[in-house]
Write a protein that binds this ligand. Structure first.
Ligand code: HEM
Length: 424
């Protein structure tokens, strides 16, 4: 069992410690169990009712507050007195895959005004209008990958790995294109980001992967400084670096942050979404008959799966009261996104996937507040395009192995499937 999975709730005299399967209070089990209404969401449900802001023990023996209700999650993430800076006293670092590395800390782990200044430099690149303009290109990439998948070699079970054939290459190609990273290098990224986000890779190996990624990006940014292209990195170099707003190293940190964030998250959502719709043919048929429902279905899939399982995390910089509960300056907070997204007081029958749920968009799968996901418009369009294309082109797609044999990413910060053998 990984270090992360050893995270436990302290024993309280009132009731036995709540310890969902997997050992970690905000680790959800494989999708197969999520489909079961009696699944471990019940443990979050107990916490939301009995102790919505409770103490958890982190792997190193320290503790943090675990916030489980939708309203409290929004209150924490919406309050800038809760710091995202991993170097701030009390930040709950233990068990996180990204340690405090001030040299390559991105704006994700900064507070205003630095966060605001840096995020603003890339905000327009990810605005809805700009991303919508990319839709035809994303569609073209998806169709091409589907063509290739149709003719891919089958494994011994007659299956093709959906993760390798489609779920990973779509976001990978798109983010590489946006940043101006040669796609030929995508193997390097997948390997290195995989190690960076793994909870089982030893720290020294993870650190080596981080160094290797930065060495590659260093060479890339240096070559772009001589010849900036019409892409995000090129524009950052021309508009921000050449004007003295940011340094070479800061361009590098932007590149790493966007590559990592843009790679694995959407890939895992694509895999889980496809699996859900293979499992739930009734919903798949509804979406096939009326593709205008796909946008809403994507929100519901984001809510239902809540792939960010290990945070977000914050450190209180002042004494702050959340719903009558005092969190003191210097105390750490872990926000349970999956719990908030399954809060029955907001989402009726929350543990059921309902692709026509009227308020699915109120999920916090992309976070909330000033750090809310920068790439959400991109993730949405990628998911919408892939789901629409799959339903149209592969109506009979199904898992090539029993669901129990699908390797779920219980060892990773971002939940999903390592592989998903499919057939049609
Ligand atoms: C389904 C896919 C995705 C999910 C579920 C997701 C989830 C999240 C969440 C929960 C946060 C908030 C972190 C916090 O509050 O500390 C976040 C932030 C962020 N995401 Fe995503 N994300 C996804 C896709 C993407 C993509 C495609 C990009 C592309 C560039 C991206 C870039 C970022 C960045 C840069 C931040 C930090 C924003 C800030 O600190 O101001 N994400 N994401």
């Amino acid at each position: 069992m990984s270090e992360m999975n050893e995270m436990t709730l302290p024993t309280t005299p009132a009731r036995p410690p709540v310890q969902p399967s997997g050992g970690c209070p905000f680790d959800l089990p494989p999708v197969s169990a999520l489909f079961n209404r009696e699944g471990p969401h019940t443990e979050f449900a107990t916490l939301r009712t009995e102790e919505p802001i409770s103490k958890i023990t982190l792997p190193d023996g320290s503790w943090a507050w675990l916030v489980t209700r939708h309203s409290d999650v929004r209150a924490v993430l919406g309050d800038t007195r809760f710091s995202s800076d991993t170097t701030v006293h009390g930040y709950p670092l233990s068990g996180m895959t990204a340690g405090p590395n001030p040299q390559n800390r991105s704006f994700v782990h900064m507070d205003p005004p630095e966060h605001t200044r840096l995020r603003r430099m890339v905000t327009r690149e990810f605005m809805v209008k700009r991303i919508e303009a990319l839709r035809p290109e994303i569609q073209r990439i998806t169709e091409e990958l589907c063509d290739r998948m149709e003719h891919a070699e089958r494994d011994a079970h007659g299956g093709v790995d959906f993760v390798e054939a489609l779920a990973l290459p779509v976001p990978s190609l798109v983010i590489s294109l946006l940043l101006g990273v040669p796609y030929d290098d995508h193997d390097i990224f997948q390997q290195l980001t995989g190690k960076l986000l793994s909870r089982t890779v030893p720290n020294d190996e993870r650190e080596a992967a981080r160094r290797e990624l930065f060495a590659y990006l260093d060479r890339l940014v240096t070559s772009k400084e001589a010849d900036p292209g019409d892409d995000i990195l090129g524009r950052l170099i021309i508009e921000q670096q050449r004007t003295g707003e940011i340094t070479h190293d800061e361009v590098l940190v932007f590149a790493a942050a966007l590559l990592i964030a843009g790679h694995e998250t959407t890939a895992n959502m694509i895999g889980l979404s496809a699996l859900s719709l293979m499992h739930d043919q009734e919903s798949a048929d509804r979406l096939r008959e009326d593709p205008s429902l796909i946008r809403g279905a994507v929100e519901e899939l984001l809510r239902f799966h809540s792939i960010v399982r290990n945070g977000p995390r914050r450190a209180a910089t002042a004494d702050i009261e959340i719903d009558g509960h005092l969190i003191r300056a210097g105390e750490g907070v872990v926000v349970a996104v999956p719990s908030a997204n399954h809060d029955e007081s907001v989402f009726a029958d929350a543990d059921r996937l309902d692709v026509c749920r009227p308020n699915a968009q109120h999920h916090v799968a992309f976070g909330y507040g000033i750090h809310q996901c920068l790439g959400q418009a991109l993730a949405r369009v990628e998911l919408q395009v892939v789901i629409d294309t799959l339903l149209r082109r592969f109506p009979t797609m199904r898992p090539a192995v029993p669901i129990e044999e699908i390797p779920f990413r219980t060892d990773m910060t971002i939940y999903g499937c390592h592989a998903l053998p499919v057939t049609w």
